[in-house]
Design a protein around this ligand. Structure first.
Ligand SMILES: *[C@@H]1O[C@H](CO)[C@@H](O)[C@H](O)[C@H]1NC(C)=O
Ligand SMILES: *[C@@H]1O[C@H](CO)[C@@H](O)[C@H](O)[C@H]1NC(C)=O
Ligand SMILES: *[C@@H]1O[C@H](CO)[C@@H](O)[C@H](O)[C@H]1NC(C)=O
Ligand SMILES: *[C@@H]1O[C@H](CO)[C@@H](O)[C@H](O)[C@H]1NC(C)=O
Ligand SMILES: *[C@@H]1O[C@H](CO)[C@@H](O)[C@H](O)[C@H]1NC(C)=O
Ligand SMILES: *[C@@H]1O[C@H](CO)[C@@H](O)[C@H](O)[C@H]1NC(C)=O
Length: 309
């Protein structure tokens, strides 16, 4: 009898030990700064996101705040990333809410997260424009692809020089591309495809010397293709159905790192085949409806990586 009592109290002791260790480890997961919890509640309201569970810690990896990838829903992503220096007080650095049919607006309260670097809200139903509050952030990555955003591309974006990625494709942005975007010297990716942008492209795009990807397809620009001869890191350049006029500028010959080039439906005067002889790594080359004449040059046959012509 006494042996049994002793055994069961030992078992109880072990269970309690395991449980308290578990709770202790849980409490070690850093906690979000209280002002950021308030900001997240505002952000949820502005986005129309109703399924963040504020009774759980956004920073401990629970499924309400970090849903694991589901191969049946590849468009869907639901991730919040915290930075917890010294496992103490955490700060939000990344919010990725893709393919969630969010019905609201871009959240002005994002600017209340002092460490936010990445915002990805692609493939939702967000409308309105980009809030001016974002100008005060140190955002590096903005993807707003596939929403119902409208209005012009704001001039203050040019002040966000931390940006390396700006993806505004598949929205209803209109008006001109502001010359101020030329100040984004760290920008690697600029994607403006499938909007309702008009006017001439600013020559300041040629200041974006860190750019590797530039896509301007399916817009309603006017004027000539700008000189991009200083953007020598470009790998991908696309201007299909952009409304722009030919000819393809001679300076394109300087873009020796291009491996994907697609230009189509140019208005205006034609030209000889552009000089692409330095682009020895070319993989996909498409020049359709560009009013080209003359011979296709021989060096095309030496482009050993070419998969699509
Ligand atoms: C955004 O959508 C809401 C709800 O449909 C609508 O009331 C509002 O006028 C829209 N705003 C803009 C700028 O389109
Ligand atoms: C950009 O920053 C400069 C310098 O801080 C400021 O004077 C200017 O008003 C800002 N532009 C916009 C559009 O916010
Ligand atoms: C390009 O990016 C690098 C690293 O992000 C940065 O140091 C540099 O100043 C940027 N600008 C130019 C003009 O190269
Ligand atoms: C595009 O802009 C033009 C001229 O500003 C306007 O007439 C047209 O309705 C716009 N189209 C879309 C899809 O927003
Ligand atoms: C593009 O702009 C031209 C002139 O500004 C206009 O006539 C045309 O309807 C526009 N096309 C679209 C698809 O908005
Ligand atoms: C083509 O461009 C390359 C690189 O800019 C240059 O070295 C070469 O002379 C050009 N060829 C012709 C025929 O203009």
């Amino acid at each position: 009898m006494s042996i049994m009592v002793e055994t069961s109290s030992r078992v109880l002791f072990i269970i309690m030990l395991v449980l308290s260790t578990f709770l202790y480890l849980q409490s070690l997961a850093g906690h979000l700064h209280p002002s950021e919890v308030v900001a997240l509640k505002e952000i949820a309201k502005q986005l129309g996101k109703v399924d963040w569970d504020f009774s759980l810690n956004p920073c401990d990896g629970n499924p309400s705040w970090n849903t694991t990838a589901d191969k049946n829903r590849p468009e869907f992503k639901n991730v919040v990333v915290c930075n917890c220096p010294g496992d103490d007080v955490c700060h939000i650095v990344n919010i990725t809410l893709m393919g969630q049919d969010l019905p609201g607006v871009l959240p002005p309260s994002l600017a209340k997260l002092p460490s936010i670097e990445n915002i990805n809200l692609a493939r939702n139903y967000l409308n309105g424009s980009i809030p001016s509050e974002w100008a005060s952030t140190k955002l590096e990555f903005i993807s707003l692809s596939g929403n119902r955003l409208s209005g012009s591309i704001p001039i203050f974006l040019g002040n966000m020089t931390t940006l390396t990625y700006l993806g505004l494709e598949n929205n209803m942005f209109s008006g001109k591309v502001p010359a101020e975007l030329g100040k984004l010297i760290n920008l690697n990716h600029l994607v403006l495809t499938a909007n309702n942008l008009t006017g001439e492209l600013p020559m300041q795009l040629n200041s974006l010397t860190n750019l590797t990807e530039l896509r301007l397809d399916s817009n309603n620009f006017s004027g000539k293709i700008p000189n991009l001869g200083s953007c020598t890191r470009l790998n991908m350049l696309e201007m299909q159905g952009s409304g722009l006029e030919g000819p393809i500028p001679e300076s394109i010959s300087l873009l020796k790192n291009l491996f994907q080039l697609a230009i189509s439906d140019l208005k205006g005067e034609g030209s000889l085949f552009p000089n692409l002889s330095s682009m020895t790594g070319m993989k996909k080359l498409m020049l359709r409806g560009c009013n080209l004449h003359g011979k296709i040059p021989n060096y095309i046959s030496q482009m050993s990586q070419l998969q699509y012509l």
